[in-house]
Write a protein of this length. Sequence first.
Length: 281
Amino acid sequence: MRGIVALLLALGLVACGAPPEPPPPPVPSPTAPAATTTTTAPPTTTTSAAPPWTVGATTLPRRPDGFGEIRPTPAVLRDRRLPTRDFLPPPADGRYASTVSAVPADVLARSTWQPACPVAVSALRYLTMSFWGFDGKPHTGEMLVGASVAEDVTRVFGQLFAARFPIEEMRVTSPAELDAPPTGDGNNTSAFVCRPVRGQTNWSAHAYGLAIDLNPFCNPYTKGDVVLPELASAYLDRSWVRPGMVEAGDATVRAFAAVGWDWGGAWREPVDRMHFTATGG
């Protein structure tokens, strides 16, 4: 029996901290063959905590105006602090870093740009920028912007990083997102999107890479009874200040104002709290 235990230990089949082996039984007599016992270890199962909310998992019925049905904010999103999923390597030293380059072909292919857009590819730039997530960790995001504002944008987000302003997600918008049914729970910070102004036919400043939507869920757009994103109504209460919100006169508004950008949260109709623009529209 001692030899069997030694063999199991050598093979790593005896768990650390297991109770000591009982004294060995008497050696059986030659006329009584020793009994053999086969022990099968129970299967090992790994459990992981379910995410508090899966963004984009549930679609909303469409209203006649094409937007999703406006619904109360789910409890888990009323003080939204979802973790960031990395798709670019985070800054190795935890410090702010940014890059400005021509738009790589693979990035262009997964963006909303098409020949009918009002801006040439040569007039856009691809940025990577560090940001703090709601999880308290530094991450690296990406953005397409107009070439004329690229340096200003990296400067602004450097200031937001220094202020530890949290951002949930920062990535290039895909064509599928423009046609996807509404889910009302997006919170992606982005700039270039080749689309018209909401509810209109003329091009948005986003279609030129001259506007940025910052934490849309925390800073919703409102016009009449429309709230976008459609589940973000809890964030219409601006007296309850939560991470990621933009407020009049705060460090975020001041940083954009310093490079000549306007904030849509100061507009009367619509009120576009997520929206910063270099064109005033």
